[in-house]
Ligand binder design. Structure first.
Ligand SMILES: NC(=O)c1ccc[n+]([C@@H]2O[C@H](COP(=O)([O-])OP(=O)(O)OC[C@H]3O[C@@H](n4cnc5c(N)ncnc54)[C@H](O)[C@@H]3O)[C@@H](O)[C@H]2O)c1
Length: 251
């Protein structure tokens, strides 16, 4: 394994589980120090201690990414604990209601998915970026979704908020293009993670049937792409949404 993140500090959100955990493991296995953020206290504790047992340098932080005060404070604490922030991998997200027409979609659920998926993405960038600017270097990856590019029916909140994340990536990529800071996104189709347990079976069938490779993606495949985009090697890519869809995406 290469050591692309040696001497670097990475904030990884949604790091207790699924894609976030996979990215945290990959970065730490390549020499990076990991600040692992999540709201699930016990799962976070388990994931952090499992990685510590493997000799990784990681620390867990209980942070709700939709809460501005918590995000701001957590960034300051990470910078204090590790000295700087080089990398942000933002994977915290929720799926919200599925298999439901917009006319029946509860508005409070829409408000909640907006708060976590879109407002959370805005907040983590807003408060991490000053540390990257003062450091003169940064790599950001936001996990969007193919639902944001194509729009998945019967999950209005998820499709809309992930489209918002894509807009955020495109805008911020250009905003920081001359600052040695890149901001990119990844748009996965269905990846095998605990999140899918919250997706209705008909909805899951619809999404999986659209994948030409006829299988789900894996956390390891997602982490491999994220690690490249977050590495120094990816120096001429910004404001871009990378595909991870087994052939589903056509643009
Ligand atoms: N799994 C898929 O098929 C798939 C496809 C496309 C995009 N994505 C996106 O990838 C990201 C990761 O998804 P996953 O499949 O690993 O999901 P997951 O449910 O396995 O993990 C998400 C993690 O985010 C945490 N989280 C949720 N709300 C949070 C909050 N407010 N603050 C901090 N942490 C919070 C959860 O506790 C959990 O540990 C999400 O943004 C998701 O929308 C997933």
């Amino acid at each position: 394994m290469t050591q692309r993140f040696k001497d670097q500090v990475a904030v990884v959100t949604g790091a207790a589980n699924g894609i976030g955990l996979g990215i945290a493991q990959r970065i730490a296995s390549e020499g990076g120090k990991g600040a692992m953020w999540d709201i699930e206290a016990s799962k976070l504790k388990d994931s952090v201690s499992a990685m510590e047992k493997e000799g990784r340098i990681v620390k867990g932080y209980l942070v709700d990414v939709s809460d501005e005060g918590q995000v701001q404070e957590a960034c300051a604490t990470v910078a204090q604990d590790f000295g700087k922030i080089d990398v942000l991998a933002h994977a915290a997200g929720i799926v919200g209601p599925t298999q439901i027409r917009v006319t029946d979609y509860p508005t409070h659920d829409f408000d909640q998915i907006y708060r976590v998926n879109l407002r959370g993405s805005f907040l983590v960038c807003k408060y991490v970026l000053p540390y990257m600017e003062s450091n003169g270097y940064g790599r950001i990856v936001l996990i969007a979704s193919i639902a944001g590019k194509e729009g998945n029916p019967m999950m209005a909140g998820y499709s809309a908020t992930k489209a918002g994340v894509i807009g955020l990536v495109k805008g911020l990529g250009k905003e920081y293009a001359k600052d040695n800071i890149t901001v990119n996104g990844i748009a996965p189709a269905v990846i095998k993670t605990p999140m899918n347990a919250a997706t209705g079976p008909e909805q899951l069938k619809y999404m999986t049937a659209k994948i030409p490779m006829d299988r789900l993606g894996t956390v390891e495949e997602t982490a491999a792409l994220a690690a490249w985009v977050l590495s120094k090697e990816a120096s001429f890519n910004t404001g871009f949404i990378f595909d991870l869809s087994g052939g589903r995406a056509t643009y």
